[in-house]
Design a protein around this ligand. Structure first.
Ligand code: PMP
Ligand code: GLU
Length: 390
């Protein structure tokens, strides 16, 4: 009854665990969830006001498939101002979240057997969407010794005649690692002379700590600009997860044309109201709110790293960005599914097993929650660890 494609697709583990934690809480269970990949802040008022205005002004009809002109100009403006990238408005397609942008991208680029290089740990969705689109996910394992970053040598070794694309995530979900300009340049050197595309997922761009400077992957050279599809959105940086807004930008007209065609037959334009509201998230009006959220996340990161390092048997690389710790449990229980199941059942703490991100022996702990929750959550983690050690 079901297509073979969908039968081999796995459900998103991050969403599944967050949903389960919510259900347990609704049943009155004492559950603390560190599984959600979303800020706990409210969307900035300036963005909400634009949405309300859009409704009252009757901006409630279909728009052009990739977005209405003012939105596309606001995205192009953001990419120029923040990242030094010069895209034309026709190079941009807005979709229902960056997840939808990735879906469109893989659907229009991959044929059966085409290979996509994905460094692990990866965000759960990439390999599944690649597979669903007929491609083959070629996983390149990294670990805490290289701060979870793919090296030029690893990239070179993973390339075959079938390689169509490389996926980079900077800063990374689930590790928070980010690629410096020099590191991107070194990877770019390996790609020179090939026809390999780069899907650069920059969703956590604004959440980079310790004064670190973000480099957009497409910005390091003209060669990289031509081969890169920049993917971004406002879910994480401006706390807009529920609004469903993401976009791709690429000078490759064949690709943008194909994505617009696919979207014209699937979802058409994204919500007209979200489009109007998103402009305020792109043009600088929400920058003060973004700064406030970032300062808060940085404080929580420092607290969570400190508490985690106090737990004998666990180790963690301090993340440069995003809002996750990717905690090494190899000396306690290398089976991350078992550890996370025990943590939920015995201690009422929901986190995501590293296995879902392609790296067993770790779990992901989101610090996009209050300090009080972080303290209590890591106290319970410490209790479980000491029970394992008895
Ligand atoms: N990329 C990364 C790395 C993510 O963590 C997420 C999380 N939702 C997304 C893309 C998709 O975000 P959205 O669809 O909400 O724009
Ligand atoms: N990206 C977030 C996460 O990693 C949200 C859930 C999802 O879309 O996977 O938890």
């Amino acid at each position: 009854m079901l297509s073979q494609r969908v039968q081999t697709l796995s459900e998103s583990l991050t969403i599944a665990i967050t949903t389960l934690a919510g259900e347990l809480k609704a049943q009155g269970k004492d559950v603390l969830s560190f599984s959600a990949g979303e800020p706990d802040f409210d969307t900035p008022q300036v963005i909400k006001d634009e949405a309300i205005k859009a409704i009252n002004d009757g901006f409630t009809r279909y728009t052009a498939v990739p977005g209405f002109p003012d939105l596309l100009e606001a995205i192009a403006g953001k990419l120029k101002r923040d990242n030094g990238l010069e895209y034309e408005t026709s190079d941009i397609v807005a979709s229902n979240g960056a997840k939808h942008s990735l879906f469109n991208l893989f659907q229009v680029t991959l044929d059966r057997g085409d290979e996509v290089i994905i460094p692990a740990p990866y965000w759960v969705t990439y390999p599944e969407l690649v597979k669903y689109s007929g491609g083959v996910a070629v996983i390149v394992e990294t670990d805490d010794k290289t701060n979870f970053k793919i090296t030029p040598t690893q990239l070179k070794e993973a390339i075959t005649p079938k390689t169509r694309m490389l996926v980079l995530t900077t800063p990374s979900n689930p590790t928070g690692a980010f690629y410096s300009k020099e590191e991107i340049e070194a990877l770019a050197e390996v790609l020179k002379g090939t026809e390999i595309l780069v899907a650069s997922d920059e969703m956590y761009e604004k959440l980079l700590y310790d004064g670190k400077i973000f480099t957009a992957v497409a910005s390091v050279s003209e060669d990289m600009f031509q081969r890169t599809i920049t993917i971004n959105g406002l879910s994480k940086s401006v706390a807009m997860t529920g609004w469903r807004f993401g976009y791709v930008a690429t000078p490759n007209k064949t690709l943008t044309k194909a994505m617009k065609k696919l979207q014209s037959q699937s979802t058409s334009n994204i919500s007209s109201i979200t489009q109007k509201a998103s402009i305020a998230g792109l043009d600088g009006r929400a920058d003060a709110d973004v700064r406030t959220m970032k300062i808060e996340f940085e404080k929580r990161r420092d607290l969570a790293v400190k508490l985690c390092n106090e737990i004998d048997g666990l180790s963690v690389v301090k993340p440069d960005g995003a809002f996750y710790l990717f905690i090494n449990i190899k000396d306690v229980e290398p089976d991350s599914m078992k550890f996370c199941k025990d943590l939920l059942e015995k201690k009422g703490v929901a986190v995501v097993p590293g296995l879902g991100f392609g790296s067993d022996g770790y779990f992901r702990f989101s610090f996009a929650t209050s300090e009080k929750n972080i303290i209590e959550g890591l106290k319970r983690v410490a209790e479980l660890v000491s029970e394992y050690q008895k």
